[in-house]
Design a protein around this ligand. Structure first.
Ligand SMILES: Cc1ncc(COP(=O)(O)O)c(C=O)c1O
Length: 286
């Protein structure tokens, strides 16, 4: 059975328990990271660990481990997991002080650390053939979406609305701008240009997004602009796709009740997806 890494120990998942005074439990006072491995090879681990270190820094939790120590832990989880394609989950909270108080514990207490592994669920055959549907919802999140905080209530509610509507993802719209998904970044082809929201406090800087931006710029098959996507222009898009570590480039062929472009899988998506799948198989892409 796959053990979990919990506060420095390797133990069975059912033995990993947090106190009711853990600040993650009480306040959602913590951050997380999701790191994929394909065919037992970590993909983008360095970028994910850099983002974890940044999230911790931004909320003033001292990183409990060095990058090398994190890497050792996640490599062991990948080896232990029965699946070839693995999603590593890391969570660090501000720990368990004796008393509930909004302010940070002073003196600080040891953070609570969890790392675990789960098989990646592949995208369905139907979506592979026809693309997925997304719905648009108001973005109810805070103003530091660049921090990968465990406070995910608005994301959860948005994804649930999508699921209830029979869709795969929710596109979050703030002040007339389509920003990103509940757990993915957004790309749209409009007037022959590929657009994605610029990095900043209103989106999470997705590792998949950033890798795709670099790939498109290097290949140069289409101009890529990091600029706001007005909500109404989304319906002029000829192609839309949403990126994340566990769903790669998810093609969106319907938004609400509108077909995107022809309503079929787009040719740019097909090209980029193929190049991306190739990248995943290359060794040394840690
Ligand atoms: C809000 C949000 N945006 C974007 C992403 C995609 O990030 P990544 O490509 O690093 O998985 C995620 C991933 O969970 C997310 O939660």
């Amino acid at each position: 059975m796959t053990q979990v890494f919990f506060n420095g120990n390797w133990i069975a998942p059912e033995m990993a328990q947090v106190s009711v005074f853990d600040r993650g439990f009480l306040f959602g006072d913590g951050v997380y990271e999701v790191i994929p491995a394909f065919n037992k090879q970590l993909f983008g681990a360095k970028a994910h660990l850099t983002r974890l270190a940044r999230s911790l820094r931004e909320i003033e939790i001292v990183d409990p481990m060095s990058a090398a120590q994190w890497l050792e832990v996640i490599e062991r989880l990948v080896v232990q997991c029965p699946s070839d394609d693995v999603s590593i989950y890391i969570q660090v909270t501000r720990g368990t002080p004796p008393k509930r108080d909004h302010a940070y514990p002073n003196p600080p207490v040891a953070p609570t650390v969890l790392a675990s592994a789960n098989p990646i669920t592949p995208v369905s055959e139907e979506i592979r053939r026809q693309g997925a549907r997304a719905i648009t919802v108001p973005d109810l999140r805070w103003s530091r979406c660049d921090i990968k905080s465990v406070n995910l209530l608005p994301n959860i509610m948005a994804r649930q609305q999508a699921v209830a509507a029979g869709a795969s993802e929710a596109i979050l719209v703030r002040e007339g701008i389509a920003l990103e998904g509940a757990a993915s970044n957004l790309f749209a082809v409009i007037d022959g240009e590929l657009l994605t929201a610029p990095l900043g406090p209103h989106i999470l800087g997705g590792v998949t997004r950033n890798r795709l931006v670099d790939m498109v710029r290097a290949q140069g098959q289409i101009p890529l602009l990091e600029c706001p996507i007005p909500f109404d222009r989304l319906f002029d898009a000829t192609e839309v796709f949403m990126t994340s570590s566990t769903r790669d480039l998810l093609p969106i062929t319907r938004i609400n009740d509108h077909a995107v472009g022809t309503g079929k899988l787009g040719s740019l998506w097909a090209q980029l997806n193929q190049a991306f799948q190739q990248l995943k198989t290359q060794r040394g892409s840690v």
